[in-house]
Design a protein around this ligand. Structure first.
Ligand SMILES: Cc1ncc(COP(=O)(O)O)c(C=O)c1O
Length: 252
């Protein structure tokens, strides 16, 4: 018997009326890209996480890319992350021409071995990207302490950890940036693809908004990652008590 990787049909049956009503709302709004539904979702997500704001994008990959681009990460820079993550964590770094520097993970939970980070820092290091893998939070306190000591920015890859908490704080709210994916297989899956970069720093927020609008590109490989498509991120329905949104994407 074939088993689907994402069996969303039962959920769709339960939420069908809400979903279709929301789709209708979006179409009738006259604004298919970056409309009010998307703004509402950004605010709700930010409120849920305890951060000042969110910038909705088309994927978790772009959320990481935009966070890095907002910092001006470029060729020759280094970004510290882990080897056991989805390819996009590293490809977002590579797309900007920067070098991923991989620190090892812990045997017991497969999370970044934060004790190894300081030795990986060089004068070229610009940011650290811990990955909250399998819904588990990375050990943020010692990581943030090392980052502060060296004047580095922490970008949380929370693409697999919506709602996970570290010492009472939701992941994505602890570093300078939090990056989320709403790919259908994620724990907050969309009807299509989606992502969000969240931050409490107004400077980072406006840089992220600018990056989303202007899509800065540092080299040709980036263009290949962003085909000419029209993306929308819109709130369309409640999903569960914990995760109250579905985001979807339309390709024109
Ligand atoms: C840890 C991690 N980072 C980044 C991503 C990229 O997210 P997306 O597929 O929405 O681009 C994923 C998704 O596969 C992921 O699991």
């Amino acid at each position: 018997m074939p088993i689907n990787v994402w069996d969303y049909l039962r959920e769709y049956d339960e939420l069908r009326d809400e979903i279709l009503a929301a789709v209708d709302r979006v179409f009738r709004s006259g604004r298919l890209v970056l409309g009010q539904e998307g703004v509402k979702f950004e605010r709700e997500m930010a409120g849920y996480l305890g951060v000042a704001g969110g910038v909705g994008v088309n994927s978790g990959t772009d959320a990481i890319y935009i966070a890095l681009a907002s910092l001006g990460v470029k060729t020759g820079d280094e970004v510290i992350t882990v080897p056991n993550t989805a390819v996009p964590t590293v490809s977002a770094i590579r797309t900007l021409g920067a070098t991923p520097v991989l620190v090892d993970i812990r045997d017991e939970d497969f999370l970044m071995d934060v004790g190894q980070v300081e030795a990986a820092i060089t004068p070229r290091t610009k940011a650290i990207v811990p990955v909250h893998i399998y819904g588990q939070p990375a050990d943020m306190d010692p990581l943030l302490a090392v980052a502060r000591k060296h004047g580095l920015i922490v970008i949380e890859d929370a693409c697999q950890a919506h709602g996970a908490e570290y010492k009472g704080h939701r992941v994505g709210s602890l570093g300078e940036f939090g990056c989320f994916s709403f790919y259908p297989g994620k724990n907050l899956g969309a009807c299509g693809e989606g992502g969000m970069v969240v931050t409490s720093n107004p400077k980072h927020a406006s840089a992220s908004q600018r990056s989303r609008r202007e899509a800065p590109r540092s080299d040709n490989t980036a263009a290949a990652m962003h085909p000419s498509q029209t993306w929308i991120v819109h709130t369309i329905a409640g999903v569960s008590e914990k995760a109250a949104w579905i985001v979807f994407r339309l390709q024109a």
